[in-house]
Write a protein that binds this ligand. Sequence first.
Ligand code: SF4
Length: 425
Amino acid sequence: MNKQSKINSTISNDVPCPFCGILCDDLVIENKNNSLKVLENGCAKAISSFEIEPSEVSAKLKGKNVSLDEAISSACKILKKSHTPLIAGLGTDVSGMRSVMELADKSGAILDHMHGNGLIRNTLVLQDLGWMMTTMSEIKNRSELVIFAGTDACNYPRFYERVIWNENAMFKKKNDDREIVYIGDNLNSKSGINPNGKRPTVLNCKTEQIGEIISSLHALVSGAVLDVKEVAGIKIKTLQTLAEKMKSTKYGVIVWAPGELNVPHADLIIQNFCETVKYLTRFTRFAGFALGGNDGGMTANSVCAWQSGYPLRVNFNKGYPDYDAHRYSTQNVLKNKEVDSLLWINSFNSDINSPRASIPTIVMGKPETKLNFKPDVFIPVSTPGIDHSGQIIRTDSVVSLPLKKIRQSPYSSVHSVIKQVIERM
Ligand code: SF4
């Protein structure tokens, strides 16, 4: 509920934040003469994203200011002429992504998200052997043992406050009842120290070795004897102790961030997590949890799956959705010249920008976007959850949150711009 505190100043409560995949929905934001200030519950990332003053920029053709109408006509011409466009970035909300799907169908485009490499690591595992996953609420309310594998969750700044050490958990546990373990390369374990000062267990190893450690734990929980003194530099005794804890806990979770497992065949490491989890459910409750979904990643993947029957990466050029998680990556299709135009969309931030490609390029980005080249068409777009209302999907893909409009914006949404392009095509 909004309340008018004085003329031209409005305070919005329970504002959902779209700037990382955990979508905190408790921010308090003041709008004073259309300038925003995060009053409560914003992390540094949220504060910088909400409080940035929108620049006043016009649509552009090769760097030259034009009207939105002209820019849309030019975008339309490029896409009409193109045999196979690439629509990438895909930083948008549910309705933006729905219109992207329609445009892809009409123009025979290939679709990929800016975090596609991370997204497909999870998808490949889900498609191959399946998995047992949990939600943020379940971790908050029930977990006793949380193993962070290859991530310290620092890209999700309020994950510990909202999920791990949340005092309002439904089945209130003493903080000492929740045990934290880190497995990975120099992870920052500070946030894993519980409010009573109990330190987490840290197993330091290279990211490539996490799979080795997890499969050894899998072997140990299944009763195998490992005839070695250590695995990836971790003493076998330490692993045996952890394996016993994994079997005896009432509710355990392995947390990973697919985008941070930046090593070859990382999907096999994730498969190790998932198979270990499945085995552990013979003894107790255990589940996996993937941290991701930043910049509309989970939204793009989910909408693509609802509407086409396939997750990203999909090619609509054959008149039906053709899914190929590797072949249709942005990097591959540009390198292999499989596409002849690029539409890049990012309405959440101006940090991740369009690749420079030697094909006609349209960029729909935040007004603050700074590119190191002049695209054929630049269209400034509004940000979901600040400039317009919408819907976005959380990292655990079980919750879609309604986003609020909390300030006036002169810019159109991705949905509205793409709809106009489609109408003219
Ligand atoms: S942790 Fe993520 S969702 Fe929560 S306030 Fe920070 S950026 Fe927003």
